[in-house]
Write a protein that binds this ligand. Sequence first.
Ligand code: AMP
Length: 280
Amino acid sequence: MIPVVKTIDEIREYVNKWHKEGLSVGLVPTMGYLHEGHKSLIDRAVSENDRVVVSDFVNPTQFGPNEDLEAYPRDIERDAALCESAGAAVVFNPEPEEMYDNALTTVSVDKITKVLCGKTRPVHFAGVCTVVSKLFNIVKPDRAYFGQKDAQQLIVVKKMVKDLNFDIEIVGCPIVREADGLAKSSRNTYLNAEERKAALCLSRGLSAGRKLIENGERSAEAVKNVVRGEIEKEQLAKIDYVEAVNAETLDNAETAEAPLLVAVAVYIGKTRLIDNFIVE
Ligand code: AMP
C-alpha cells in the first residue's frame, strides 16, 4: 500500500533520498477527495517524473470565515487508493498543526489576486500562495501540476514562482468534465439532484460564449452578455461574476482576443462553483 505520510520530517526523508539518487520529483498539490480531475494531474506527473508526491491537505488558511472548511469532504483512504493506482509514490497528508506551528509568515501576490475570485474570497490566494510555497520548500519538486479548472490560481502560482525565483516548472493541465459538461470538483458532492442539473448552466453559458468567439465576435462585452444571459436562465443560479480578462495580466479585456480568459463563479444554492475557458 502507498505510504501516507503525516510529518514534514518523514516526507523530507523520501524526497531527499530520491534527490540523492538523481531521481526527478513531481508534486501534485490537492485538498483531497480526489476525482478524475486530480487523477489527470497525477497521470501527467507520473509520465514526466521518476517519483510523484500527492499532497492531500484541506488548507484552513485559504478558507474565509464563512466558507466551507468544516463541511469540505474528506476521505484519505479512498484518496490513497486512487494515488496508488495512478502510480504516485507517496501521499503527504499533514494535520494543520504540522503545517502551521505558530507561523507568522505569509506569501501574498498583489493585484492579480484582487480580481475575479479574490473579490469574494479576499484571504483565499494568500492562503494558497503560502501553503504552495511551503509545499515547494518541503518537497522540493522539479515540477508541480495545477489544473486549468482553477485558472486564476494557476496564473497566480506561475507569477509567484517567477517573482520568488522558485526553481520549479509549473505545469498547467486541462479541465476534466463530467459527460454532461460539468467541470469535476470535490464541491459537486454538495449538490442535490435538482442543483446538479442547474449546475450545468456554467458550462452551457461558457460554451455559448466560446461559440460566439469562434463565429467571429470581437467584443468582450458581447461575449460576457451571452454567458451571463445563459446562466441567468437558470432559476437556482446566483452569479458571483462573469468576466473576460487578459489571461496573463487578468486586466479586463475589451476585445475577445487571445490570450483571453473567460471565467465565471456562480452560486447554485449554497455551493459556489467556478468554470472557465481560455482562448490561446
Ligand atoms: P483542489 O483539490 O480542488 O484544491 O484541486 C487540486 C488541483 O486539482 C488544482 O490544481 C485544481 O485545479 C485541480 N483540479 C481540480 N478539479 C479539476 C478538474 N476538473 N480538471 C482539472 N484539474 C482539476
